[in-house]
Design a protein around this ligand. Structure first.
Ligand code: AP5
Length: 217
C-alpha cells in the first residue's frame, strides 16, 4: 500500500506512522526526520533546510522532492510505503503522482488526522524527541521511564528547536495555507480517511487500521 499521512504539525502523524508502518510491514518515509538527519550529518542540504525549519517555514520543494524521489527508488519501497510529512504542497502532490506513475503506481490511501488547536499546541509544547533514533515522547502524555533518556535506544531527549511557541503558531499558519488543500484533493479522489486524533494513541491506531482494512477489502 502507498499511504500518505496528512494533518497539522503535532497532531500525532509520526507517532501513528511508526505503528501503522510496522503493522503493514512497509517503510516509513518521514521528510522531517530525513531533513533533521541531513542536518545532523552536516550535509549542505541539511544546513540549507535547517534555516527554514527553525523558523517554521517549508523547505523549498526542489530540495524535498529530490530526497523523497531518491528514497522511493530504494528496493524496500517497491512494495509500498508510508509517507509522513510529504506531500505538503499541491505542487509536491503533483510531483508525487508523477513519480509513482513512472512505475505504474499511485497514492492508494491518505489518512487525514484532525484535532482541536489547543490539543495540537499542548502536544507540541510538551514533546521531547530522541536526538539519535528520533522517537517522540511527551512530558505529560507519554513520558520516558528515565527522565531525559530514550527508552528505545538510550539516546538523549531534546526539545526540537521548532517546538517553541512562536514557531508553533507559524507552522500552524503555514499548514493551513499550504498543506490543508491537499486533503480536499485526496477527498475528491475518494481515497481520504478523516480520523479524529484525540484520545489514546492505541485507540487512534486501531481506528486507522480498521478503516484501512475495511476500504481495502
Ligand atoms: P515534520 O517533522 O514533518 O513536522 P510536522 O509535520 O510539523 O509534524 P510534527 O513532527 O511536529 O508532529 P506529528 O504530527 O508527527 O506529531 P507527533 O507524532 O510527533 O516537519 C518539520 C519541518 O520540516 C517543517 O516545518 C518543514 O520546515 C520541514 N519539512 C518537512 N517535510 C517537508 C516537506 N514535505 N516540504 C517542505 N518542508 C518540509 O506527536 C506530537 C506529540 O504529541 C508527541 O510528544 C507525542 O508523544 C504526542 N502524542 C501523539 N499522539 C498523542 C495522543 N493520542 N495523545 C497524547 N499525546 C500524543
Amino acid at each position: 500500500m502507498r499511504l500518505v499521512l496528512l494533518g497539522p504539525p503535532g497532531v500525532g502523524k509520526g507517532t501513528q506512522a511508526r505503528m501503522v508502518a510496522e503493522a503493514l510491514g512497509i517503510p516509513t518515509v518521514g521528510t522531517g526526520d530525513m531533513l533533521r538527519d541531513a542536518f545532523a550529518l552536516g550535509t549542505p542540504l541539511g544546513k540549507e533546510a535547517d534555516g527554514y525549519m527553525k523558523r517554521g517555514a517549508l523547505v523549498p520543494d526542489a530540495v524535498v522532492i529530490g530526497i523523497v524521489e531518491e528514497r522511493l527508488r530504494r528496493p524496500d519501497a517497491a512494495g509500498g510505503f508510508l509517507l509522513d510529512g510529504f506531500p505538503r504542497t499541491l505542487e509536491q502532490g503533483t510531483v508525487l503522482d508523477r513519480i509513482l506513475a513512472q512505475s505504474g503506481g499511485k497514492v492508494d490511501r491518505a489518512v487525514y488526522f484532525t484535532a482541536p488547536r489547543e490539543t495540537i499546541v499542548e502536544r507540541l509544547s510538551g514533546r521531547r524527541t530522541c536526538g539519535d533514533c528520533r522517537a517522540a515522547y511527551h512530558v505529560k502524555f507519554d513520558p520516558p521511564l528515565a527522565e531525559g533518556v530514550c527508552g528505545k535506544c538510550g539516546g538523549r531527549l531534546i526539545q526540537r528547536s521548532d517546538d517553541v511557541p512562536a514557531t508553533i503558531l507559524q507552522r500552524l499558519e503555514v499548514y493551513e495555507r499550504q498543506t490543508a488543500p491537499l486533503a480536499a484533493e485526496y477527498r475528491r479522489r475518494g481515497i481520504l480517511e478523516e480520523v479524529p486524533a484525540e484520545g489514546a494513541m492505541t485507540g487512534i491506531f486501531e481506528d486507522v487500521m480498521r478503516r484501512l482494512r475495511r476500504t481495502a477489502g
